[in-house]
Design a protein around this ligand. Structure first.
Ligand SMILES: Nc1ncnc2c1ncn2[C@@H]1O[C@H](COP(=O)(O)OP(=O)(O)OP(=O)(O)O)[C@@H](O)[C@H]1O
Ligand SMILES: [Mg+2]
Length: 439
């Protein structure tokens, strides 16, 4: 399984266009005539998801439902499980059935004080109000002997009923992965992601900042990743800071360089630098065993899945690839390459990274590509010249960029690679003419 992420900090530079078409090209490259389901296109734009509408394919469940499910059910269920433990042990202590030194009681008493109540939706549980009251009393109940103060509140909770409801909730607690993945037969790949902007909802915005919640979201994504050979991740402008630990598991990053816009070029250069910095820091922290928070939890689970060696190898061998978009002349490419080289040089990073940054592909500025007309967002297979460009990118991805020139190569080699496409444009023109004459 490999994860390829398309990034670029500026809006409108072609990340989504590239993601969609690279997925189509990759699907073609892998298929042997029959339909397959080995590739997934993931829309990580949680604020403005577009892929489902661009491809006119609407999964039965989207990230919006997932957030609802993870938030309401999974989180709530796990939270309530702990509350149930608290309530039963506190009651047992009050009834004199267990002593204050009971180990489990000491443990749950500690939980009682450190529990994060932010995501608990009291109104959605039968004994929610009593639980809320119990948690509000935390300041007053400083040690186990003071637990008696909770007696009147605990009386309001029927523990048998609590247990029964909990069992019921548990049944429906985990999201069913298949419901979120939508396989598009027409294209031969799957999509996963949004439909409505989930970060438009306050509760969702709050949840995405909650480490426990985010970990569940990443856990879900990991499970999906396991189902596919390749996952292409379309990211929003500005990146996904809250999901930085997801960025750590990416195998290949494709930086989009929009050559029609100098500000965008500078932004993408900065993104390359940020990722270099980020991976260096991550690698150092991992080597020293100093990963913290979400990174640590996420990586721990990945190690359990993949094994330590594999993960270390993948961190050390991240592929950093460039894709030039809206290209109108070779000169623009040469200029952008020079800007990147100079920038890395000023950071004293050029020599270390010149062979690690690969030139993956190029997409010309082309009027065929037009997202405003939804049907044209997937231009792959509609224009031979453009399809060849995407095939080159797909081949590079499959070879893990080994077929690509690097920043260390001279401009001539790079330009010649970028223009080395199977069918010349002329053939494309002829094919189109032939096509129109038979219409
Ligand atoms: N090579 C190209 N030639 C012509 N138009 C292009 C090209 N690449 C992208 N576009 C157009 O540019 C617009 C923005 O593209 P796209 O939505 O892919 O950018 P994005 O980086 O994903 O934007 P956002 O940051 O808003 O998600 C679209 O209308 C798209 O059709
Ligand atoms: Mg986009």
């Amino acid at each position: 399984m490999s994860i390829i992420s398309v990034v670029g900090p500026k809006g409108g530079i072609g990340k989504t266009t590239l993601s969609i078409n690279a997925t189509a090209a990759l699907t073609r490259a892998l298929s042997s005539g029959k339909l397959n389901n080995r590739i997934c296109l993931l829309d990580l734009d949680l604020r403005l998801p577009t892929i489902t509408s661009l491809l006119d394919s609407h999964p039965s469940k989207t990230f919006y439902d997932l957030f609802e499910c993870l938030g309401k059910k999974t989180y709530q269920t796990d939270f309530l499980k702990i509350v149930y433990q608290l309530a039963t042990h506190f009651q047992a202590y009050i009834d004199g059935k267990i002593p204050a030194r009971n180990e489990k009681l000491i443990e749950v008493f500690h939980h009682y004080h450190v529990m994060n109540t932010d995501l608990f939706l009291a109104s959605e549980f039968k004994f929610g109000n009593a639980i809320h009251e119990m948690l509000m009393k935390r300041g007053e109940v400083k040690n186990i002997s003071q637990l008696k103060k909770l007696q009147p509140i605990l009386k309001k909770i029927d523990l048998d009923e609590f247990k029964r409801i909990l069992e019921e909730m548990n049944e429906a607690a985990r999201p069913v992965m298949e419901e979120y993945i939508s396989y598009i037969e027409e294209y031969g790949f799957s999509i996963l992601g949004g439909e409505v902007p989930i970060l438009g909802k306050r509760a969702h915005r709050k949840r995405i900042n909650e480490p426990e919640f985010l970990l569940r979201f990443l856990e879900f994504l990991d499970t999906v990743f396991q189902q596919f050979e390749h996952v292409i991740v379309d990211t929003p402008a500005g990146g996904v800071n809250h999901m930085s630990s997801l960025m750590n598991v990416i195998d290949q990053v494709l930086f989009v360089f929009d050559l029609s816009n100098n500000i965008a070029i500078n932004g993408s250069i900065d993104a390359v630098h940020t990722f270099i910095d980020y991976y260096e820091e991550f690698q150092a922290d991992y080597a020293k065993g100093q990963l913290t928070g979400l990174d640590r939890a996420h990586v721990k689970r990945l190690i359990a899945q993949k094994g330590k060696g594999d993960l270390y190898h993948s961190i050390k061998n991240k592929k950093l690839g460039l894709v030039f978009n809206r290209c109108q002349s070779n000169q623009e490419i040469v200029k952008a390459l020079q800007m990147l080289r100079e920038y890395l040089d000023t950071l004293d990073k050029y020599h270390q990274y010149k062979t690690r940054i690969q030139i993956v592909g190029m997409v010309p500025n082309n009027k065929v590509i037009n997202i405003t007309n939804n049907k044209k967002s997937l231009f792959y297979n509609m224009d031979i010249g453009l399809s060849e460009r995407m095939d080159q990118i797909a081949k590079a991805i499959l070879s893990e960029n080994t077929i690509c020139p690097t920043l260390a190569d001279d401009d001539k080699t790079i330009i010649s690679y970028l223009n080395k496409i199977k069918k010349p444009m002329l053939l494309d023109k002829l094919t189109r003419m032939a096509g129109s004459s038979t219409n």
